[in-house]
Design a protein around this ligand. Structure first.
Ligand code: ZN
Length: 443
């Protein structure tokens, strides 16, 4: 966002998903990095934060404003992302398939650490001047720990208010308090990840318990590819609840992802410190994330040892769309056996391995070889931490007044168009799907 006096970014993420999308991470940034005065970061997910180290590498030296928990989670997520970028470049060099010799990473772990130095924390509902004539207020978005919507107030005549939803939670998060209503806006940008869908109600979680019990009864293992940040926590809480209700058997639960374990610590700390993001009634006895037999696999050796587990168990591992990470070797190991089950517990973007499993492909390529899919595949969309269409419209409806204009962003084309139609139909507000790199004047 540009004013006559300042240039501010809200979020600065990496493209994820299909290769053509990922390649866009390599195209030139739309403005010179050094011309950006400040960044307001809504939350720690890599599709919102993951380009920040590249921005710093390219000369950005301004402050990055984020909530306390977002910074804590970025300390885990960004260095890991830098490490992955370095691995990708090293792999390209070994295989000699890069056009550049030698291939360079988009950014390194050191760049990620440099980006973390730029972070400044802000409290929720507190207004701070982030650049000359630009004030930002972060309000709870209820999506993951630390997540916020951002209201930017721009000085000038006339003064303008811009609200960016960030990713919005469902208002039924088992840990987090509900999203705050949107601030007053002249222009409002709303996400649309699930803009064309309605989540089934929470009763579909019954299917989750049944899938685990069924798998256990036939002597199989359950593999759950899960996003390291938040999804792992939500799944563990649900497993604990089901176990206490006697709805699932008592099984060892492996959490096999260093990033997920790091995030788990951040969540545990927030609960212990009674952070005001955490909803009432969460604290309580013992480790809230231990369903009974929680096993944390920190090292590679501990991760490999899970392959020898021949008794029923539950393995939660990243990445959430099975695009990388330790979950790959669990899938390669467990998919060929029909006693096992893979539970897909969230959004699976087009082109990802998770989407292919969801669509019933009988063979998937994993770690360089083709693996037959004989395990049961179960989709539990109720675990989504994104609001669905009616929840997004419901959030907008809580605004004090209709914004002058709504731009629908951050969703696949069909989802964004469906949300735009729903906004026009249900609220009668003017809405448009923002085009890529579209420039809009606010005066
Ligand atoms: Zn997110």
């Amino acid at each position: 966002m540009d004013t006559p006096r300042a240039r501010v970014l809200v979020d600065c993420g990496l493209f994820q998903g299909e290769k053509p999308l990922r390649l866009r991470n390599w195209s030139e940034f739309p403005v010179p990095a050094s011309s950006v005065d400040a960044v307001a970061l809504s939350h720690a997910h890599v599709d919102h934060s993951g380009y920040l180290p590249a921005l710093v590498r390219q000369g950005f030296r301004g402050p990055i404003y984020a909530t306390v928990a977002t910074r804590a989670l970025c300390r885990i997520v960004l260095p890991d992302s830098g490490h992955l970028q370095e691995e990708d470049a090293a792999y390209a060099n070994r295989k000699g398939f890069s056009k550049h010799a030698p291939a360079l990473p988009l950014y390194s772990e050191a760049d990620a650490l440099a980006a973390l130095e730029c972070f400044r924390t802000v409290g929720f509902d507190e207004e701070v001047e982030i650049a000359e004539g630009v004030r930002a207020r972060f309000t709870r978005a209820g999506h993951i720990l630390g997540s916020a919507s951002v209201t930017l107030s721009l000085d000038g005549s006339p003064a303008r208010r811009l609200v960016v939803s960030g990713d919005l939670g469902r208002g039924s998060h088992p840990l987090l308090r509900d999203p705050s209503p949107p601030g007053e806006a002249d222009v409002l940008l709303v996400e649309s990840t699930y803009g064309d869908r309605q989540h089934p109600d929470a009763s579909s979680l019954g299917a989750f318990a049944r899938a685990i019990s069924r798998t256990s009864a036939r002597g199989g293992a359950v593999v759950i590819p899960a996003f390291a940040v938040d999804r792992t926590e939500v799944i563990l809480l649900e497993l604990r609840r089901l176990r206490r209700a006697g709805a699932i058997p008592d099984l060892p639960v492996f959490v096999d992802s260093p990033m997920a374990l790091g995030a788990l610590e951040v969540y545990r700390r927030a609960i212990a410190e009674r952070s005001d993001e955490i909803g009432p009634g969460v604290a309580g006895d013992g480790d809230p994330f231990d369903p009974g037999h929680l096993v944390e696999a920190h090292t590679v050796a501990e991760s490999r040892a899970i392959n020898d587990q021949r008794f029923p168990c539950i393995i939660i591992s990243a990445s959430g769309m099975a695009t990388g990470g330790r979950v790959l070797h669990h899938l390669a190991n467990r998919l060929p056996d029909p006693r096992n089950t893979v539970i897909l517990a969230g959004f699976q973007a087009a082109g990802t391995r998770g989407r292919r499993l969801l669509e019933g492909e009988r063979t998937v390529k994993l770690l360089g070889r083709y693996v037959p899919v004989r395990a049961e595949i179960v989709d539990i969309p109720a675990f989504s931490v994104h609001a669905d269409q009616s929840e997004l419209v419901g959030w907008l409806r809580r605004a004090k007044r209709a914004p002058g204009m709504v731009y629908v962003v951050h969703g696949e084309v069909v989802a964004a168009a469906a949300l735009r139609d729903a906004i026009e139909r249900n609220l009668g507000w003017p809405a448009a799907v923002a085009r890529d790199l579209e420039v809009v004047r606010l005066d």
